[in-house]
Design a protein around this ligand. Structure first.
Ligand SMILES: C[S@@+](CC[C@H](N)C(=O)[O-])C[C@H]1O[C@@H](n2cnc3c(N)ncnc32)[C@H](O)[C@@H]1O
Length: 258
């Protein structure tokens, strides 16, 4: 037992370094303590019920809470990723309700889409397109399978599933909703924020960030191109701020290989 713990600690140190290991251990300890409280147990029960109901109803497989070390993920970022667990359908409906958008103009991007439950639920709205980005190939495969099973008559827009790292995903042109359900830690979130800000400065357009269970919202609070519209314990909503883009923005020299 102690041997296994020390091996895990050594592996974590190699991947995350000392600070990352301490932070990750604390995060897991806090999570374990939360799960033991009455509220935590209620949350787990609610999750199990919603997993069962949603999956049975649509003949899909979106349930479960799965640690990322169960998967073969070809990215260093896996050490900072959070476990797979799907959003509750009622919570997702409430989140979409706060979006002040004309669906047909916006592409909805789920960063860390897992087995694709949020993607399926978003596809019931008339978005221009829904994209899921997931770096665990096993989860991406299940999401493709789920997409095939989901009743075609419920789908109101095109769906694209991308198997890859959120840090490398190139955002499409046009208005966007970037959705996060607590997919990763600060290290990755800061990189993703930087990429989205860069995309916005290069091509200013309407961008909303909808962040459920916003544990790393500090990364968005610091983003100079985004303004916070709402924040409570359950979600945070940000909007790209046109005033933050210089009138004659030119790409950084590094982008041209200088
Ligand atoms: C909490 S689940 C969210 C699932 C889904 N978005 C939903 O709302 O039901 C987080 C997901 O993010 C994925 N993930 C974590 N880090 C990632 C990264 N760097 N790139 C892509 N996906 C990542 C995990 O594999 C996991 O499937």
């Amino acid at each position: 037992m102690l041997g296994r713990f020390l091996t895990k600690l050594r592996n974590s140190y190699r991947r995350r370094g000392a600070v990352g290991t301490v932070r990750n251990t604390l995060r897991r300890a806090v999570q374990a303590l939360k799960e033991m409280t009455p509220a935590g147990r209620r949350f787990s029960r609610r999750r199990e019920e919603s997993d069962r109901d949603f999956d049975t109803r649509f003949g899909v497989d979106t349930g479960g809470l799965i640690q990322l070390n169960q998967f073969q993920i070809p990215s260093e970022a896996w050490a900072f990723g959070n476990p797979y667990g799907a959003i509750h359908p009622d919570d997702f409906a409430r989140l979409l309700g706060v979006l002040p958008v004309r669906h047909n103009e916006f592409t909805f991007v789920d960063y860390g889409s897992g087995k694709g439950r949020a993607v399926l639920l978003a596809s019931e709205r008339p978005f221009k397109k829904v994209v899921g980005v997931e770096f665990a190939p096993e989860l991406d495969r299940i999401a493709h399978h789920n997409l095939g099973k989901f009743p075609a008559e419920r789908r109101r827009c095109e769906v694209e599933l991308v198997c890859g790292d959120a840090l490398e995903y190139e955002l499409p042109d046009g208005p966007l909703v970037c959705y996060f359900y607590n997919p990763f830690g600060r290290e990755i979130m800061e990189g993703v924020v930087a990429r989205i800000e860069e995309s916005y400065r290069r091509n200013p357009r309407e961008i909303y960030v909808l962040y459920a269970n916003p544990l790393e919202s500090a990364a968005w609070d610091k983003a100079t191109s985004f303004r916070k519209l709402a924040h409570n314990g359950d979600y945070a909503l940000y909007r790209a701020d046109p005033a933050a883009v210089p009138q004659h923005y030119s790409e950084p020299l590094a982008a041209h290989g200088a």
